[in-house]
Design a protein around this ligand. Structure first.
Ligand code: GTP
Length: 388
């Protein structure tokens, strides 16, 4: 599908910059992206989004220095300058896109406050669906970040057509700080969502067995709420297998003839195993997958590795394991030396991390109110101030 990415804040900008880089590298022209931020230096650090597509907002309020983890200010400056943001989107071109995707870290100020505001306006103006990829802060970042994320997320789910969550804390390694892990985590995000959002685009040539269309993705996400994504890749496809698939000269093929040839059954079993690994492995938001209302199974890889029966059986397996009965899917061919499987579990009903985040937010709010009540002021009584 053709996706218009908007990177909001520092995390969002960096990740969209990577989507744009991936698109350039793969020469697919599926993705375009702009970056919006209140901090000038964050925008200057981007490498692939064109300079004219980097928009600095809130200059009169924060002078290009960022909103400093204050998401109420982030929301306010976004609302104040929404026309400039929409102009930047329009001038990048929207006539051929299938969806908008807003990417932001939800624990900070700019992306956290701005994303729900932007989602509301995009939905009001355009017919295309508006999705979000929201990144949850790790608890070690502090309660303010969790509080911001909870407030942003509970607003965002009502504004966006569907919100994908990536939980930083579930993805960082033991003993590693979140900051040190950012590059690796961003790479994980771009790989997964790259396969998902490119669905139906590369395969238009019709080479794959069951070429998926962008409508499969859109229909899966129609229920709204929160979604999570699983991903797995096969082992590298060996040159020997390629030779058997006729990709090398007849001479070599003859020599290798007696060696392993994958039967339909083998291919099918490999696909099913890959899809199981994707769904049962680490999800972008770890959760109880059995509560998902809808599912999408996508396979991307060399056409010869695809197998209709394998995809069908995988879909049935996902269907048996989730709450709903709607599971879509298919494959699309890409030039690659491995097969990638993506499983989208859409509109999930239970994720412990979200519950935990909301609890932290509630107790933070209560503590803030209590500390306001308790706060004593040496100058409360008696002397009149010079002026009010
Ligand atoms: N995965 C990932 N998460 C990030 C990255 N940078 C920041 N984050 C997360 O996103 C949250 C918000 O950080 P930023 O994106 O820097 O914040 P911002 O939207 O620019 O807002 P302000 O800096 O407050 O104006 C952080 O608390 C982290 O949890 C990144 O490169 N990758």
């Amino acid at each position: 599908m053709r996706v218009f990415f908007i990177g909001f804040g520092q995390a969002g900008g960096k990740i969209v910059d990577m989507f744009v880089e991936q698109d350039k590298r793969m020469q697919t022209q599926s993705f375009r992206g702009i970056a919006v931020n209140t901090a000038r230096t964050d925008l200057m650090g981007l490498k692939n989004i064109e300079l004219k597509d980097r928009l600095l907002i809130g200059q009169t309020v924060v002078k290009g220095h960022g909103v400093g983890t204050d998401n109420v200010t982030g929301a306010r400056v976004t609302a104040d300058e929404i026309d400039a943001i929409i102009n930047a989107v329009d001038s990048r071109g929207t006539h051929d896109i299938d969806a908008f995707v807003i990417v932001a870290g939800l624990g900070g100020g700019t992306g956290s406050g701005g994303s729900p505001v932007l989602a509301r306006h995009l939905k009001r103006i355009y017919r295309e669906p508006v999705y979000a990829i929201g990144i949850l802060p790790a608890p070690e970042e502090g309660r303010l970040y969790s509080y911001n994320a909870a407030r942003s997320l509970s607003t965002l789910v009502n504004e966006a057509d569907n919100t994908f969550i990536f939980d930083n804390s579930a993805w960082k390694n033991e003993g590693e700080s979140v900051k040190d892990a950012y590059n690796r985590l961003n790479d994980e995000i771009v790989r997964r969502f790259g396969v998902l959002f490119r669905a139906g685009e590369v395969g238009r040539a019709g080479v794959g067995e069951m070429v998926v269309d962008s409508s499969e993705v859109i229909n899966t996400l129609r229920g709204g709420g929160i979604s999570t994504v699983g991903y797995a890749i096969s082992e590298k496809i060996s040159p020997r297998t390629k030779q058997n698939q006729g990709l090398l000269s007849g001479l070599v093929r003859k020599k290798e003839k007696t060696e392993e040839v994958l039967t339909g059954e083998d291919k099918s079993a490999k696909i099913i195993a890959l899809v199981r690994r994707a769904m049962l492995g680490r999800l972008t938001l770890p959760c109880d997958y059995s509560t998902a209302e809808r599912g999408l199974v996508l396979l991307a890889g060399p056409p010869d590795e695809m197998d209709r029966k394998g995809v069908e059986k995988s879909k049935s397996w996902v269907e048996e394991n989730i709450a709903g009965v709607e599971v879509r899917g298919g494959d699309y061919p890409v030039q690659s030396d491995y097969v990638a499987a993506v499983v989208v579990l859409a509109t999930i009903g239970n994720a412990p991390r979200i519950t935990e985040l909301l609890e932290i937010a509630k107790s933070t709010k209560e503590d803030v109110l209590k500390s306001k009540e308790k706060r004593s002021n040496m100058f409360d009584d008696g002397i009149e101030p010079l002026f009010e």
